[in-house]
Design a protein around this ligand. Structure first.
Ligand code: SAM
Length: 208
């Protein structure tokens, strides 16, 4: 098994694991308390919402009923699971197959742009965050729930050491630095909270 690096590799990885993604992720979700972090973050989502790299749709149950949601992902397999989940929730969501680094939406077209556990998978995460900023209204919000390299050096080094092995297994680079990515993309940071040994990041930002 090789480390997925190109978009085609990443798409194939997630298409291949779509059916078991929720099961594979369950230990991390429980260990890191991710369900609760999703709920907290998405309280800030309002109006016309774009969720990028929606995956199997784990955030969908946390949005207010008033949100009008469009959700995109590059993997048709993951989108298929998300569609079925949305039907089960009775939510009307517009799903589109799309590359996060080249969104087919006009500038300033959403009130809230959301992404979770995704900066670790994009080949060029700075380009993806720039796209999030482009499609977000200037007074809107970009809400991110991300994981990154721990700021506890012993753990950060262990994550570095295991990064390729982890990427081969689940397709994500777990030792990236989400706050640096947001900064490099030029967003204005409104709130940032780091938990679980500095691994989890809840980020609220605006386009600059
Ligand atoms: C680790 S999963 C996270 C899924 C979901 N956001 C969650 O919180 O569970 C990463 C997702 O990013 C998607 N993805 C990776 N690269 C992408 C890209 N360039 N454009 C759109 N989606 C992408 C994958 O298909 C996968 O569904």
């Amino acid at each position: 098994m090789t480390v997925p690096r190109s978009k085609a590799d990443i798409k194939a990885k997630y298409d291949g694991m779509a059916g078991r993604y929720n099961l594979v992720e369950t230990p991390y979700e429980l260990l890191l308390g991710i369900k609760n972090l999703r709920r907290q973050l998405l309280q800030g989502a309002t109006g016309k919402v774009l969720e990028i790299a929606v995956g199997t749709g784990k955030n969908l149950s946390h949005y207010s009923k008033d949100c009008e949601i469009t959700a995109v992902d590059m993997s048709t397999g993951m989108l298929g699971v998300a569609r079925r989940h949305a039907e089960g929730l009775g939510r009307n969501i517009a799903f589109r197959t799309m590359d996060a680094e080249a969104l087919a939406f006009p500038d300033r077209s959403f009130d809230t742009v959301v992404s979770s556990l995704s900066l670790c998978t994009f080949p060029n995460p700075v380009a993806a965050v720039r796209e999030m900023a482009r499609v977000c209204r200037p007074e809107g919000r970009i809400l991110l729930l991300e994981h990154g390299r721990s700021d506890h050096e012993w753990l950060g080094q262990w994550m570095d050491h295991r990064a390729d092995k982890h990427a081969r297994r689940v397709g994500c680079r777990w030792n990236r630095h989400p706050l640096d990515i947001v900064q490099q993309a030029g967003l204005t940071l409104i709130k940032a909270k780091r938990t679980f040994l500095g691994i989890m990041h809840q980020i609220e930002a605006q386009p600059s």
